[in-house]
Design a protein around this ligand. Sequence first.
Ligand code: SF4
Length: 482
Amino acid sequence: MKTAEQYVASLRERDLRLFVRGERVTDPVSHPLVAPSVRTVAESYRLASDPEWRDLMVAHSRLIDGPINRFTHLFETPDDLQKKIQMQRVLGRLTGTCFQRCVGMDAINALYNSTFEVDEARGTAYHARFVDFVRHVQREDLVLCGAMTDPKGDRRKRPSEQPDMYLRVVERRADSIVVRGAKLHQTGVVNAHEVVVMPGRTMGPEDADFTVAFAIPVDAPGVTLVYGRQPSDDRRLGCEIDQGNATYGGQEAVVIFEDVEVPMSRVFLDGEVEFATSLVDYFAGYHRQSYGGCKPGNGDVLIGAAALAARLAGVEKATHIKDKLVEMVHLNETMHGCGVACSTRCAKTPAGNWMVDPLLANVTKLNVTRAPYQMSRLAEEIAGGLLVTTPSAEDFDHPEVGPLLTKYLAGAQGTTEDRIRVLRLIENMTLGATAAVIKTESMHGAGSPQAQRMRIAAQADFEGKMGEAARIAGIGREDVPG
Ligand code: SF4
């Protein structure tokens, strides 16, 4: 396994075509907008060699018969699903943001199932090829970006009706394919070694060219990355205090594929349209489970910051403040409880790895589309208006006005700077750069709320529930209108 330092060094060996705010960037590791997200992923390596966290972060792989970072693991046992969300909670709590490595982990587990099922039904040779790829990822301890979301363009049209809006195969050669298109919202791709591409929706018979899964290095010829903006990301260019969380950050980017050649050894699905839906379902199940780990970890930080802000202001004993903090904990543990539940009620797949309960995974994620917003509201209420009216760090440093600000913004305990730092952290998480992670990503990541409602509707067994209600009401199951 790599150390954190080896991981960062390995990022510098890539030859990325990356754009950040209109400029080509050759060393993203040192770029002020990118560096916090690099440090965050590096934590997943550092913790694996920390005796305190090693048991949680390191798994034994049957594929290579050796220890691996859990982020490269296939879920070989039910305990692996539990350890996964505990690991995510720890990392979410230690960084206060998105640590970016889960999408690739969930993608390899989804493709492990799908390649097995396609081979069983079609006699193809994807699974062995895919397992070889996973062995490589485990041995090299790589970061994977799982790329599923196409631009989609006009939502009324199918992929074949607007080909540029969905990534597709444009040429098939003897031992490779050529792909063109884009994937949006790609978490952590600038910090990854490889991109694992999957189709992002149900496909029809006319959509064969769009039903493609493969893996390529993130710096493969023809791949371009364009870094996404986050709220108040200009703060990354200024004083450390005003950033709220100057050490860690999340990251998303647009990934453009301009006639990228993919060797056949890295193609894991090509045209088998009837398996697109189940692949999306597998990935969605795993990634909706993930949110029951990382978001409560981030929530721990937000709760801690709100409680600390209250203490520094001298209101920590007020009953309404205690009520609000308890409400935040209730919301946070509800998210995590669902994550634990969907991991506990798991089942072995035909391929041999373990799958979470899909209904409970969807319930987990639907809670995550709501609870962080409610928690943010409570944190803002506890923090007070100073959250958005505090002058800049430069003003506090100014010889004339600084002492006046320090005097008039003092609280009940701690220094004025302590108070400002905690408020900036809450601002970062509820309104600033990390609000992208805490709020909008909670809403739309791993599928928007309506996607979870549709799956819950399909998985809820309304007929069975009506039958039970009819029996208890004395109607008789056979009399239930169908
Ligand atoms: Fe992992 Fe959460 Fe970030 Fe997704 S949002 S990559 S689950 S930390």
